[in-house]
Design a protein around this ligand. Structure first.
Ligand code: TYD
Ligand code: MG
Length: 456
């Protein structure tokens, strides 16, 4: 006989437990377990009792080409794989203030302007607040019908009656399913909300842009199961105070996850930055501690400036601050610099920052981090300091410089912006091909003892 059960679910990692714990047995977070009731548990192992269905050979399956809906935002369309697929569910995650509501409002405005039926559902803001935002935005943003509502049943009822082609739900954490206990935003609620919206949207062919918050640690708030439910997960990154934001696909059933879009937040909403490299190179300082990284953002090359500062520390242990790069990557590069390249930062504070608020998550960034830190530690500008010096390459644990993907595209991008002084790994085609980190330092900074000799 099926019976209702109670489980405890961690809001951080989604781990389920039959008992309550102060600390989650899955991820170790404290006070994250919340009670959730399961309507009816499935009975134990049963004999197969369902109807048998004949499987179909893949070659005989009808696969329709999806007609795409253009959002009118080139970078967004590109990341989606050529526009929104009707009936698809796209989750857009990002921290508060990053511009999720702005981006989705702009997309709906453009779609509405192109004659599509749209609906903006908001559980976060009042209709008046949404209007104030729309007034700043271009296109037909003010023509979009809006529903300020937090009750899931009302939202689903309205969706069913209005039958929009594209709908925004801002955000999945603010809607509330009446039949479930637990506050809006709890694991069970988020899962239920996403699940029921997904089912209705699939049945009615409504494309849904589902907005979701991201926790401080960077994970999409709510359980990871959300990512399995939806067709596409987009992550909006960058820092609120900075102007540049990047949008990348973490999952995409209808396209690649290789592409990244760059946006700038302006008075009139988000503006696509097609020439990101030109901006970043133009702003690069050429001072000691600056290096231009020829990075790959998915399949697209982009030049970004990596900056480092090394300064005397009063703290034990000293500070290691990384903005826009992974902290562990910085620790690794510092260790190799000290052990294999003769640049020890010892007890000094080290700050590394990717200018413009961009985040680079690729091993090819190692060399730029190393050169920026070494330049900062020695007070020497890379390549003489007249023009920015570009670089790329992965730093190995034994001090070698390893090759990374798409060397040709990185080089082409650097040359396109007039950077010919490029340091890269062996056989990369760069002007200075360095087999080791030490060799790369010599190429970029000159002989390591020159400053020491001068100081002596
Ligand atoms: P918002 O889209 O509300 O962020 P989210 O939904 O991710 O929380 O907007 C974020 C910030 O952008 C907000 O602080 C105001 C600013 N902004 C602009 O600078 N220009 C604009 O045209 C708009 C609409 C917002
Ligand atoms: Mg918002």
């Amino acid at each position: 006989m099926p019976r209702a059960t109670t489980v405890f679910v961690c809001s951080a990692c989604g781990t389920e437990s039959a008992k309550w714990h102060g600390q989650c047995p899955g991820c170790g977070a404290w006070n994250t377990l919340a009670e959730e009731s399961r309507g009816a548990a499935r009975g134990g192992a049963k004999q197969a009792s369902g109807r048998a269905v004949k499987p179909v050979r893949l070659a005989d399956v009808r696969a329709e080409k999806h007609a795409r809906l253009s959002t009118g935002i080139g970078e967004l369309d590109r990341i989606l794989g050529g526009g929104l697929v009707p009936g698809s569910i796209v989750l857009i995650g990002g921290s508060p203030g990053i511009g999720k509501s702005t981006l989705t409002s702009m997309a709906l405005g453009n779609l509405q302007g192109a004659g599509r039926r749209t609906l903006y559902v908001s559980g976060e803001e009042s209709a008046a607040q949404i209007r104030l935002r729309a007034e700043r935005l271009p296109g037909a943003a003010l023509e979009v019908p809006v529903l300020a509502e937090t009750d899931l049943d009302t939202v689903l009822g309205t969706l069913d009656a209005e039958r929009p082609e594209v709908c925004v739900v801002d955000s999945v954490q603010t809607l509330h399913a009446a039949e479930l206990t637990g506050a809006a935003g709890s694991v069970g609620q988020v899962r239920e909300v996403a699940d029921r919206i997904t089912r209705l949207a699939k049945a009615r062919g409504i494309a849904v842009l589902l907005v979701g918050h991201v926790t401080k640690e960077g994970a999409l708030a709510g359980p990871r199961v959300l990512e399995h439910l939806v067709d596409c997960v987009l992550q909006f990154e960058g820092e609120r105070e900075r102007t540049y934001r990047t949008l990348r696909a973490l999952k995409n059933r209808f396209g690649s996850t290789n592409d990244v879009g760059v946006f700038e937040m302006r008075q009139g909403g988000l503006v696509e930055v097609a020439d990101a490299s030109a901006r970043f190179v133009g702003e690069a300082t050429c001072a000691p501690g600056s290096a231009v990284l020829a990075a790959m953002e998915g399949s697209r090359p982009v030049l970004v400036e990596v900056q480092a500062l090394v300064s005397q520390s009063e703290l034990v242990p000293p500070r290691r601050v990384a903005n826009g790069i992974d902290r562990n990557r910085l620790a690794l590069v510092l260790a190799v610099l000290g052990r294999h390249a003769g640049v020890g930062v010892g007890s000094a504070d080290v700050f590394v920052n990717v200018a413009g608020g961009v985040r680079v998550d690729e091993p090819g960034a190692d060399l730029a981090i190393a050169l920026a830190v070494a330049g900062a530690a020695r007070g020497v500008a890379l390549g003489g300091g007249e023009r920015p010096l570009a670089c790329f390459g992965e730093v190995g644990l034994t001090g070698e410089l390893r090759s990374v993907g798409h060397a040709d595209r990185r080089l082409a991008e650097a040359r396109k912006f007039g950077l010919t002084e490029i340091v890269g790994p062996r056989e990369s085609g760069a002007r200075f091909e360095a087999p080791t980190l030490r060799a790369a330092l010599r190429a970029a900074l000159g002989p390591s003892d020159s400053r020491g000799a001068r100081a002596a």
